[in-house]
Ligand binder design. Sequence first.
Ligand code: ATP
Length: 503
Amino acid sequence: PEDQFKNVISHAKEYGFVFQSSEIYDGLSAVYDYGQNGALLKNNLKEYWWRSMVQLHENIVGIDSAIFMHPSVWKASGHVDAFNDPMIDNKDSKKRYRADVLIEDHMEKINQKADKEVAKAAKRFGESFDEAMFRKTNPRVLKYVDQVDAIRTRFVKALEENDLADLKQLIEDEGITCPISGSKNWTEVRQFNLMFGTKLGSVAEDASDLYLRPETAQGIFVNFLNVQKTGRMKIPFGIAQIGKAFRNEIVARQFIFRMREFEQMEMQFFVRPGEEMKWYEYWKEHRMKWHKLLGLGEDNYRFHDHDKLAHYANAAADIEFNFPFGFKELEGIHSRTDFDLGRHQEMSGKKLQYFDPEINKNYVPYVVETSVGLDRLFLGTLATAYTEETLEDGSTRTVLRLPLPLAPIKAAILPLLRKDGLPELAREIFNDLKFDFQVQYDEKDAIGKRYRRQDAVGTPLCITVDHDSLEDKTVTIRHRDSMEQERVSIDSLNQRLRELVSM
Ligand code: ATP
């Protein structure tokens, strides 16, 4: 999988999906640009989400709020005081790390040692891995398991109590070394706020401090009443939004999995107090179903329920996806209670309440939110679609098996030869289809090479124009996954594409 991941990253660059930001200046760490094919794929993912959330739900509407917000928003939301990561510096290498990530990696290493022991035992006794695991007679395995349990207990306690001194002590007691220098010479653990600050106004003295939003949710909370009133929305109802968010992530690793500038697709669902658990369960199931319908493989998803809750939540779960580097968070579903609206009501002095005619009562609604990272969805889709195949004749091809409606280019129109009037007919077909579909015209190189190029960007259909086409007005459609070909009339192309590649 490690190698596969490297291949996906270089493929993403080579075929215009993802570039490092400002690459000619050696790049900007954890910031990326989407290229010509990446932008199309990303737009398709957005559209797929927006349609299923906004268009298909009568009681969900979408907005587009500004990235800049009044500074008080972030005081009210708790981000100024509590949106922190515990950081530690290594004095010798001068490198900065997230203390929690160092400890998690350390636990992971111990787990790997335990796995190795289990595998050895399994081999010795002719058992499967699971049998050897459950037999648990191997004292060396038990030692590792106990060790990890002890670290985890202490770790969770330190995080919950925000005990930075004990986090540092844990790192020392475990002898955790700097991944780069191998040194154990650590500084104290400090809290590091993840928000980017900037200034509004031209004169330094008058300028006020602003933050780039670290989540899109607050733009929805402050507009709750505007939307509810102007849209005449009745609880329960939702507000959806797609937009950029910014976090000064310290450990920015794993390509577009953790970025400093990224995009979220969020929906805040406003409910009657006391009914939040019902809706929390509803949205958990509904969002999981949505992901599975994408067609990337049902086994690639799982829930992770949180034991440790953020300051605003009374229940939280992640939908995790099987990325090339293991199962990791793709989407969060949080029951946020009336925390946000309550805090904004308090700070702004404006009533953020709803009159519920069914129970004849005013209240601050409770919120259940679904929040998915668009870039993570992109990465999961790309990595899963990426396939290297050996064909029957022994040759290999790289193909992106993207779900058809998500493919950047829906069909490529290819004249077999660059003469005899074939390009003219192919162009005619291209000009006809381009109003309804993202299509591409390509006449350069031999036909086999052009097929491979389209495979590599995931184009589901190649439409080839040959000499017979001039006579009988038919063309060949070649299918990306099966590589099978069929002959269809030019007149039926539009309808055929609609059937195969529409959302
Ligand atoms: P993590 O634990 O991975 O840092 P989080 O729990 O802080 O994520 P949320 O605040 O719940 O994330 O944000 C909702 C979603 O936004 C996440 O599920 C993820 O898909 C996406 N997301 C969060 N941070 C980043 C980032 N730095 N880069 C890309 N996507 C992100």
